[in-house]
Ligand binder design. Structure first.
Ligand code: NAD
Ligand code: DAU
Length: 360
C-alpha cells in the first residue's frame, strides 16, 4: 500500500480518488482534519476496503512510526500542510508547526522505518514530497519561468515554511540516502477546492450575490494547472522519477488574476445567469492588496516532460469549465463547508477590505 498524508484536503482527496479509480493498491490516508480537511471529499469511498482513513497529526512522530510499522507502505506521498497564503499572514505559527516540524517528524519516522527494511524494499521505497512553485519567489514580467535550479527566495510565511520542508527532504537524501522525490507545482484548481482560494471563492461568492474581492490591481500572474493533471504528474514521478531529484509541475497557463475572474464571470453568465439579467462582472470589488503579494509565478515544466513524458491534458478553458460545472452541481458540498469557522475567516480577511473597497 501507499501512505498519503493530507488526503482529505483538496489535492490529496483528488489524488486518493484518482489513485483508487486506476488501480487496487490500497491507500492509508492520514489526515488531521483541520478546517481544510473534509471526509465528505471521500464519501464515494465509503465502505471501500482499499481506503483506510486514520485521523492523526503528522507532528505526532510516535503515531507516524506506529502506522508505518503496522501497515508497511512502499511509499509515502506527503500532501499534508497548511496551504493558504492569507492565513499564513494572519497566523504563521501553525504553518511552521505543520509544514516544518510536521514534515521533520514524518521524515524521522520514515527514516527509522526505511532504515530497517530489507535491501530490496529499501531500494524500492519512496518519500514523495508535494511542494509549491512559491518557494522560488516572485518574477518580473520578462523573467524566464522557474526551473528546478532557480534559487529559493520565499516571500510569505507559507512559502518560507514550504521551503524549509523542501530543504529537510533534500537533506534526508543527501545525508542518509533516503529515496526522496520533490515536486514543485503551480496553482491548482478543480473539484473539492476549498472556497478560500481565488477560483472557488469567486465562483461561490458570485452565486451567493456577494462581492468578488480582487486584491490590488488584479494584475498578479499565476500559472494554473487542473488538479487532475497534478495528480497524474505525482503518479508519474512516484513511478519513474529519479530519487533525490526535483520536478517542476505546471500548466503553461499564465493568467492575470483579473482575467481569471472575468473568465469565471463570463462562464457563470452563460451556465447560471443571474435572475436580474446582469453580469457577475458587476460584483467585482477592488480591495486592499495582500501584504508582500508575489507579482508573478511561472513554471518551466520541460524537465518532467522530457524525463517522464508528463504534460497537462487539460487546457485552462476545458479545466475551468469543468470546475464551474462541478461547483454548480455540488452546491450542497459548498453549503456544508461554509460553517461558522469559515464565516469567521471571511470576516477577518475581507471585512475591513470590503468596507473600504470600490465596486468595479
Ligand atoms: P489543503 O489545505 O486543501 O489540504 C491540506 C490537508 O492537510 C487537509 O486535509 C488538512 O486537514 C491536512 N493537514 C493539515 N495539517 C495537518 C497535520 N498537522 N497533520 C495531518 N494532516 C494535516 O491543501 P492543498 O491545496 O490540497 O495542498 C496540498 C499540498 O500541495 C500542500 O503541501 C501544498 O503546499 C501543496 N501545493 C498546493 C497547491 C495548490 O494550488 N493548492 C499548489 C502546489 C502545491
Ligand atoms: O503557486 C502555488 C500556490 O498556489 C500553492 O502553493 C498554495 O497552496 C495555493 O494556495 C496557491 O497560492 P496563491 O496565493 O497563489 O493562491 P490564492 O488562490 O490564494 O490566490 C491566487 C491569486 O489571487 C493571488 O495573486 C491572490 C489573488 N486573490 C486571492 C484571493 C483569495 C485575490 O485577488 N482575491 C482573493 O480573495
Amino acid at each position: 500500500m501507499i501512505l498519503v498524508t493530507g488526503g482529505a484536503g483538496f489535492i490529496g482527496a483528488n489524488f486518493v480518488l484518482d489513485w483508487l479509480a486506476r488501480n487496487d493498491e490500497p491507500v492509508l490516508n492520514v489526515d488531521k482534519l483541520t478546517y481544510a480537511g473534509n471526509l465528505g471529499n471521500l464519501s464515494t469511498l465509503d465502505g471501500d476496503a482499499r481506503h483506510l482513513f486514520v485521523h492523526a497529526d503528522i507532528c505526532d512522530n510516535e503515531a507516524m512510526a506506529a502506522l508505518l510499522a503496522q501497515h508497511r507502505p512502499r511509499a509515502i506521498v506527503h500532501f499534508a500542510a497548511e496551504s493558504h497564503v492569507d492565513r499564513s499572514i494572519h497566523g504563521p505559527a501553525e504553518f511552521i508547526r505543520t509544514n516544518v516540524n510536521g514534515t521533520f517528524s514524518l521524515l524521522e519516522a520514515a527514516r527509522q522505518y526505511w532504515g530497517a527494511l530489507g535491501a530490496a524494499d529499501k531500494a524500492a521505497f519512496r518519500f514523495l514530497h508535494v511542494s509549491t512553485d512559491e518557494v522560488y519567489g516572485s518574477l518580473g514580467p520578462n523573467d524566464p519561468p522557474f526551473t528546478e535550479t532557480t534559487p529559493y527566495a520565499p516571500n510569505s510565511p507559507y512559502s518560507a515554511s514550504k521551503a524549509g520542508s523542501d530543504h529537510l527532504v533534500r537533506a534526508y537524501h543527501h545525508t542518509y540516502g533516503m529515496p526522496v522525490l520533490t515536486t514543485n507545482c503551480s496553482n491548482n484548481y478543480g473539484p473539492y477546492h476549498f472556497p478560500e482560494k481565488l477560483i472557488p471563492l469567486m465562483i461561490t461568492n458570485a452565486l451567493a450575490g456577494k462581492a468578488l474581492p480582487v486584491y490590488g490591481d488584479g494584475q498578479q500572474v499565476r500559472d494554473w494547472l487542473y488538479v487532475g493533471d497534478h495528480c497524474a504528474a505525482i503518479r508519474r514521478v512516484l513511478e519513474a522519477g529519479r530519487t533525490g531529484e526535483v520536478y517542476n509541475v505546471g500548466g503553461w497557463n499564465e493568467k492575470a488574476n483579473l482575467d481569471v475572474v472575468h473568465t469565471l464571470c463570463d462562464l457563470l453568465d452563460a451556465l447560471s445567469p443571474r435572475a436580474d439579467g446582469g453580469s457577475y462582472r458587476t460584483q467585482i470589488a477592488y480591495v486592499t492588496d495582500r501584504p508582500g503579494h508575489d507579482r508573478r509565478y511561472a513554471i518551466d515544466a520541460r524537465k518532467i516532460e522530457r524525463e517522464l513524458g508528463w504534460k497537462p491534458a487539460e487546457t485552462f478553458e476545458t479545466g475551468l469549465r469543468k470546475t464551474v460545472q462541478w461547483y454548480l452541481s455540488h452546491q450542497e458540498w459548498v453549503a456544508n463547508i461554509q460553517s461558522g469557522a469559515y464565516l469567521k475567516w471571511m470576516e477577518s480577511n475581507y471585512g475591513q477590505r470590503l468596507a473600504q473597497s470600490a465596486l468595479a
